[in-house]
Unconditional design. Structure first.
Lengths: 147, 147, 147, 147, 147, 147, 147, 147
C-alpha cells in the first residue's frame, strides 16, 4: 500500500533523514516543512520586502511557510511529529492539532521525559515512538503489512 | 471504470484470495488489513516495546493497525465486509459502520444463518452476498458494466 | 456544559436506565435506539405491510430503525456503546464504527473478558468502562468539570 | 450577535476569569477545559481504575479530557488560546492547531517574548493580544459591533 | 426525540395535511416548498420584474424557490418525497437525490404502479410508503419509539 | 484542462456516443451508468439470486447499480443529465439532485417542451443544452478554453 | 419558516435598515458586518496597539472584523450582498464568493449599470434585486411562502 | 513538492505568462479562467443560442465559465489572485472569497494603491505580492523549499 507521510516538527537533527533512509524501497511519498532554518525565518521579507518590526517580519515568513505545510499536511495520509530537546516547539504541537482535526493518523516521536507534557497529544496519536527507527518500522508495517 | 476495493473482516479463510483471483484482469486496486494474525496482534509491542498489561498490549497493536485500515478505507470506493463462522468479529462490524458513515458503498459477505443478527448492517449495504464468487461477479459488473 | 449523549448497543438489561438515573440533574439530553425488541424487529412490516421472506421483513424494520439511530447519532456529542453478555451484537459495533467515522467521542462499556475481541473498537474510544456507574461518572466529569 | 467562545491554554492564572468578568453583560457562552489541575491529571484513573504505568495513567486522563475539549471546541465560534509563563504548554498549541483546522477564528494571548516561537500560530490567528483586557475588548467588538 | 421533517413533492393533493394531522402532538417541525402553485410559478417575475421569455420567467421563479427548499432540506432530519398521479414530477425526484447526497434519510410515498420507474429512488430510501397514514405511523415510531 | 464527465439519464438513444465522438481528442474521462437495459434491471437477481417479488427484484438491481453510479458521480467534475422523450426518467432527475448537492456543475440536455417541468433542475444547472452537439461544444470550451 | 440572513456589502447608505424595516414581523435573525466605518477601520490598532505602517494597521483591523463576518456568514441561511455606487467594494464581492463556496443562497442587490461587471456573481446568485424593497419581498416569500 | 496553482483575476496583461515563465522547471500544474475576453463573454450564446436581453446573454456565458473556474479552483492547492489597474474586477474578489472559504491558500498580486480597498482580502491571504516575479519566487520557495 502506497503512503504519503508528512514529517513535522523539529528541524535541527537528522531524524527525517534517518526515517527516510530506513524506509528505502517502500512506496512512501515524503512531505515536510522547509528545514533550512534561515530560509524558513526570512522567506517572507526576502521575497516580499523588509519589515521594520520583527513581529511582521515573522508574520510574513510564517504565512508563506503555511502555504507549504498546510498543503502538504492535507495531502498526507499519516503525520509524524517529532518533539526534540530544544526550543519551545509549539509549531510541532500546532501541526499535530491541525492534523488531528483533519482526521490524519498521528505518530509522535518524543523522549519519555516529555510524556506528561505531551499526554494530550499522545492521546490523539496512533503511536508514540522513542526513536526514528521505531517510526520507520511502524511505517513499514503499515505499508507492507509485515513486521 | 477503475475501482478501489477494501476487503474487511475475517482473516482466517481465503475469501480475499478467491475474490481477487476471480477479478483478475479488472482495473481494481485492492486494500485490506494486515492478515497475518500474530503480526496484527503483536505489532504494537514488537515495534514500540512490551507492555505488562494485555489491555495496553492490545491497544498499542490496534492503534497501529488503525493507521492502515482507516487510511485504506478512506481511499476505497467500495468496502466488502466478510463475516465468517468464528469469533465475535466486532471489528468487521466496526469497519462496516465506519465505511457507512463515510458514504462508502458496502457489500456484505455472510451466510444466511446470520441474517437476523446482521440486519442493520445489511440494511446499510448495497448488496448481501453469500459467496466470494458473488462478490466478484458484483465487482465485475460495477467495473465493466456487463453481467 | 450541556451534552447530547447517544446510548448504543444492547437492549436487554437496564444499563441505560442506570446511567440516566446516576446523571440526574446534569444538563444531558439522552438519545438511543428503540429498546422494545419486538417493535424494533417488526416495525417495518407492521407499518408498511407483511413480507413473505424473513430477509426482507428484517430489512424493512432495520431501514426504518436507521432513520432514528442515524439521526440521533449525528445529533449527539458523545456515543456510549454497551456490549453485553448475549447475542452477536454486531449492531453495537456497527454504531461504534459509524460514530467514530463522524468524529464522535466514544465510551465503550464492556466486561474485561471481551477486551481482546474489542481491541480495535476500544482503540477508537476515549474511554473503556466496566460498569454503568463508571460511564455516569465520566459523563458527569465531562459536563461539570469536576470529579 | 451571540457568540460561543472557548478559552484554551494555561490553567494556573486567572486570565479566564478576567476575560469573563470584563465581558459581563454580553451574549457570550463560555467553554473551556477542566481547570482543576489535579482532577484533569487523575480523572482517568479515578473513574476507570488505577494504572501501574504513568504513561497509561496519563493516557486515560487525557483521553477523557478530550471528550470535553473536542466537543467544546467544535461547538465554539471563536477560540482564545493563552500561552503562559510556565510549562511547555504543548496542549495549548495543539488546541490552536485543532481549532485552526476546523476553521475557527483564533485569538492568541501571549507576551511579546514568545513572538518568535509562536509565529506560526500567530500567523494562523485573527488577533494577537497581550492582556486579557485586550481579548475582552476584541470579543466585545465582535459581539456588539462597537469599540 | 424531536424531528425536523421536509415534505417534498407533489402540491395538488392534501397528503401533507394528512400526515401533519396524523402526527399531531408529536415534536415534529414541518418544512416544505411553497404549495401555492401560482405563487411558486410566478414569484420571480412578480418580485423582480417581468420577462419576455418563458424560460427566464421560470428560471427567476425556480431560483427563488430554491432559496426556501435548499435551506429547508438542509435543516431537516428526514425528507418525505411524494410522487403523485399527475405531471412529470422531476422536481420531487431532484429533491430526493439532493437529500440523499446530503445523507438525509428518505421516505418515499408512491403507488405500486410506479415501483419500477422509482426503483433507484426507492433503493436510496429508508422506507417506501403507500399512504400518508403509513408515513405518519413511521414518523411516530421514529419520534416516540413505539408502534 | 483534464475533465471527468458523468453522462446521466436516458439509455435508449445514442446521445452518449454522439457527445463522446464529438469530443474526441480532448482530455476527458467518461463515466456513466450501465446502459444495457436488461443487465441494469436484472443484475441483482442474476448475481445474488432470484426474488419472488418484483419490488425486491428491482431493489437488488437498483442497489447494485448505485455502487457504480454513486462512485462515478462522486469522481466526476461535471455531470451531464439527459431527459429523453420516453419514460418517467425520475432516475435522471434523482442523479441531477444528487450531483447538485455534491456541488457538481450540471449540464442539462432536454427539449424545450420540457422546460417548465424541468425548471427547478434547470435552475440548478450551469447550462441547458438542446442537442448532444451543444453539450460537446460546451465541454470543449471548458477543457480547451476556446470556442 | 425562520431564517438567518446576513446583509453584506456597502455601509454608506441605509439599505440594511430599509430591508429590516420592510420585513418587520417576520421570523428573521439579521447579521451583518460592523457598519461604523471608523470603528471598522481602526478596531485593530485601537484594541491591540498602534502600527507605524498603514498596511499592518489595516491588517489588524481586517483580521478582527473577519472574526465577526466569517462567523455570521457561516451561521446564516441566506446572504444578501449590496453593491453600491461608491468605492471598489471588493469586500462585498469577496463575501459573495465566500458565501457561494459555503453553499449559501445569495441575493445580489445592484443597479443595472453594473450588470456586466457583476455577471459572474449574479450567475452564482439565486436572485438579482434592484431595490431593498425587492429583497424584502423575496425574503418574505421565502419565510412566509406567500407573495 | 508538486503544486497545482490557479491564476485568478485580470485577463488584460501578461502577468500569468510572466509567472509561468519564471517558474519553468518546477513541478507546477497551472489552472486559470478562459482569458480570451470575447470568448469568455459570448461563450453562452455562441453555444446555446442568442438572447434578446444582455442580462441573460451574460448569465449564459458566466454560468458556463463557472464550470471551468469552480472545477479548477477546487482542484488547486494555491490560488493567486491578481487585481489590475482597470475595471471593477469584482470577479477576482469573488474568486478570492470562494477560494478562501474552501481553505485554499491565497496569494494576492496588487499595487500598494489598492491596499486599503483590498484589506479584507489581503487579511485572508497568505501573501501580498507586488509583482509577478514575487509570486514566482514565492511559489518556487513553496515547491522547492529554497530561497
Amino acid at each position: 500500500m502506497q503512503l504519503s507521510v508528512y514529517l513535522a516538527g523539529e528541524i535541527h537533527t537528522d531524524w527525517r533523514e534517518n526515517i527516510i533512509a530506513a524506509c528505502e524501497g517502500l512506496a512512501i511519498e515524503w512531505y515536510g516543512p522547509v528545514t533550512d532554518h534561515a530560509a524558513s525565518d526570512d522567506c517572507g521579507v526576502e521575497i516580499f520586502g523588509a519589515e521594520d518590526s520583527k513581529f511582521w517580519h515573522d508574520r510574513k515568513g510564517a504565512s508563506l511557510n503555511a502555504v507549504r505545510t498546510r498543503t502538504a499536511i492535507a495531502r498526507s495520509d499519516v503525520v509524524v511529529v517529532c518533539f526534540g530537546e530544544k526550543y519551545k516547539q509549539w509549531n510541532a504541537a500546532f501541526d499535530a492539532g491541525y492534523a488531528a482535526a483533519l482526521g490524519k493518523p498521528l505518530i509522535v516521536l518524543q523522549l519519555p521525559e516529555h510524556d506528561h507534557a505531551l499526554k494530550e497529544i499522545d492521546a490523539a496519536a496512533n503511536a508514540v515512538a522513542r526513536t526514528p527507527s521505531e517510526v520507520a518500522r511502524a511505517l513499514k508495517y503499515v505499508v507492507a503489512g509485515k513486521l
